[in-house]
Design a protein. Sequence first.
Length: 130
Amino acid sequence: MRRFKSDRAAKIILVALLPLLLSGGACVTASVGMATSNIPLEGKEYRVLGAAETMVEWWNVDLGIVGIPLQTPPVDDAVRELLRQKGGNALINIRYSTDKWVFLFIISRYRFHIQADVVKVTGRRKREGE
């Protein structure tokens, strides 16, 4: 009878810890942000070409507080991709989010998602008195 109770307790503990064991000690963090444009557009005329979005990802090895990048974060590639999608030369109304997944307390996966309106600068506005 005594053995049955300890086996049952062990099963309850195993079921309670099973999600942690299956996740391999995974952890997730995220952040979001907004920006008006990727280049200064004050005093310039532009035409909105449309909305675009893309996502890029990369991996790192994280050893405690020291991170060893396995590649350069491809954020510039994401911006170039948005401009290529619509044939523009600037972005406005930029919304972005990032998330980081840590697996087995060592390997990290980063994702960068960006949405924006793509514009084509058409010229410079004339100031009063010009």
